[in-house]
Design a protein around this ligand. Sequence first.
Ligand code: ATP
Ligand code: MG
Length: 255
Amino acid sequence: MVSLALDRLAARYGRRKILSDISTPEIPGGVLTALVGANAAGKSTLFRRIAGQLRGEGNVRLTGAVTADLRYMPQDTAMTAALSVYESIILALKQGGGGWRLSARELMAVDAVIDRFGLTALAERQLPELSGGQRQLVSAAQTLVSGPRIVLMDEPTSALDLSRQYEVLEALRAYAAETGAVVILALHDLNQVMRSCTTTLAIGDGRVLACGATLEVLTPSLIRALYGIDSRVERCSRGCPVMIVDGPSGAALAS
Ligand SMILES: Nc1ncnc2c1ncn2[C@@H]1O[C@H](COP(=O)(O)OP(=O)(O)OP(=O)(O)O)[C@@H](O)[C@H]1O
Ligand SMILES: [Mg+2]
């Protein structure tokens, strides 16, 4: 079983401290985990710190995985290289080394991830010719092609239309379930989080505000603390929880 826990993690840019004391219980594999927080709360910074791109105090504790099993998809995915989609996914697979020859198993992994993200019709297209949403799908495929056991994705659905947001979250949920990988997604759409993510980590002011089962974390009081927004979590006619926004905190209509 794969899991990840953060132990007093800190991160800074120069002298400016962004994260001061990020500690979590074990974040389980096999399900999706959401990372939520306001703009500039430090979500991308936390991913960079976990991925080893930033140094700082504290530890990332991995169980059932090593640092080399981690893949990180950044928030901005500029793609200027003169490569086809297919070639770029092979390149991502070969980043860990191992020569250029592709084994039958590796070829299957490339085909499977292209299929998983609905990229078959785009496989021969050049990266600089892709739309923003197409680039984001390719970036997701590059992230998963090597079968990582720890996956960090920074706003992986931000450029996608409604149906592709749904498909990508489904594909990621299926990937986590099939492989047991820890998959953490920075997301802003809290209804998307409630539908897809079993666990949620909420950060603000450089520290953890809550971490645990999504419905226990995303309470109206946490949402007020995170965003200054009054909200309600209610059941829809089909029994699924949905978040309804009433407005800026304190300005909600008295009922
Ligand atoms: N390379 C950098 N150098 C200096 N400061 C940075 C750098 N990157 C981010 N910051 C600052 O660190 C803070 C956290 O930024 P970060 O990108 O982690 O936020 P975020 O939670 O990912 O926000 P968003 O939801 O807008 O993506 C912000 O105040 C930002 O200005
Ligand atoms: Mg960010």
